[in-house]
Ligand binder design. Structure first.
Ligand code: ATP
Ligand code: MG
Length: 283
């Protein structure tokens, strides 16, 4: 009997962008290419960072994944379905599987935490009251906020508001969570604890996370793979499990490598080295 095995095929990525492009019409009549022929595969269960300077096209690229922006060219596939070819109704159903959170939380100010989280379940009308009640409690447990269920957003801190937004995004049971600078409005301690929660959600619920950020410590703490964007294009992408043997192509790639190297080098006795230089934003 032969002992040779054919190599196992690469698993199909959960998200596949094929040569997607997006241009915006500017008031002076010219067109601006925000995303230019980007191809990207994101594996199921991954924590994938989209990193780049302000205006690089990160948010536009993220919004192409759930078709909040429709590409001018190229294809967007999620879980094997080509979203660009779906009807409005089909797209609405598929979007149930793709949650999203934002820098400014985007909560309903006049609704309680319960109603904010229940919102996504109610608009689909397929769930009974008791199902909604159970699901809202479950989601608030995941983000550590069960005791705030009757509060209004104005009564919460920024970190707590973002936790409510995460609970709301998780309520329909998404496979993917798109995060657009979710920690940019938070201090570094709150950021660390929120990223810990996102990491737990990825590991325990198997939710694939795609996160846009300027902050390299965010990449370091949460991401397993990163793509660097410059002027609407992916200039390089790599795994974060270890520093590269050859220098990275982009300045941001080299900065990330430097962080990984520092993490691998045992700290000398004395005060812990500061991460302040790396914590500066790349705006
Ligand atoms: N609706 C729009 N109309 C015109 N131009 C737009 C529109 N949306 C984005 N742009 C332009 O496309 C480019 C990329 O924008 P995008 O918001 O994707 O950048 P970003 O990398 O997320 O930046 P930031 O880090 O500042 O959020 C920018 O130059 C922006 O001005
Ligand atoms: Mg942005």
């Amino acid at each position: 009997m032969s002992t040779t095995r054919s190599p196992s095929p690469e698993p199909t990525p959960l998200i596949r962008l094929e040569s997607v492009s997006k241009a915006f019409a500017l008031p002076d009549g010219t067109r601006f290419d925000a995303v230019r022929e980007v191809s990207l595969d994101i594996a199921e269960g991954d924590a994938f960072g989209l990193v780049g300077r302000s205006g690089a096209g990160k948010s536009t690229l993220l919004r192409l994944i759930n078709l909040l922006e429709r590409p001018d060219a190229g294809r967007v596939q999620v879980a094997g379905r080509d979203l660009t070819g779906l009807s409005r109704r089909e797209l609405r159903d598929v979007r149930q599987g793709i949650g999203m959170i934002f820098q400014q939380f985007n909560l309903l100010q006049n609704a309680t935490v319960f109603d904010n989280v229940a919102f996504a379940l109610r608009i689909h009308g397929r769930h009974s009251r008791s199902e909604i009640d159970r699901r809202v409690h479950e989601c608030l447990e995941w983000v550590g906020l069960p005791d705030k269920i009757h509060s209004y957003p104005a009564q919460l801190s920024g970190g707590q508001k973002q936790r409510v937004a995460i609970a709301r995004a998780l309520a329909p049971g998404p496979k993917v969570l798109l995060c657009d600078e979710p920690t940019s409005a938070l201090d570094s301690e709150t950021t660390r604890s929120l990223l810990q929660t996102l990491g737990d959600i990825r590991r325990q619920l198997g939710v694939t996370i795609v996160i846009v950020t300027h902050e390299l410590p965010v990449v370091e703490q949460l991401c397993r793979r990163v793509a660097i964007l410059e002027q609407g294009q992916v200039v390089e992408q790599f795994d974060l499990d270890r520093p590269a043997e050859l220098p990275r192509q982009s300045a941001l790639g080299r900065e990330i490598d430097e962080l990984l190297r520092r993490r691998e080098t045992p700290s000398p006795p004395g005060p812990t080295p500061s991460l302040h230089a790396a914590e500066r934003r790349y705006a």
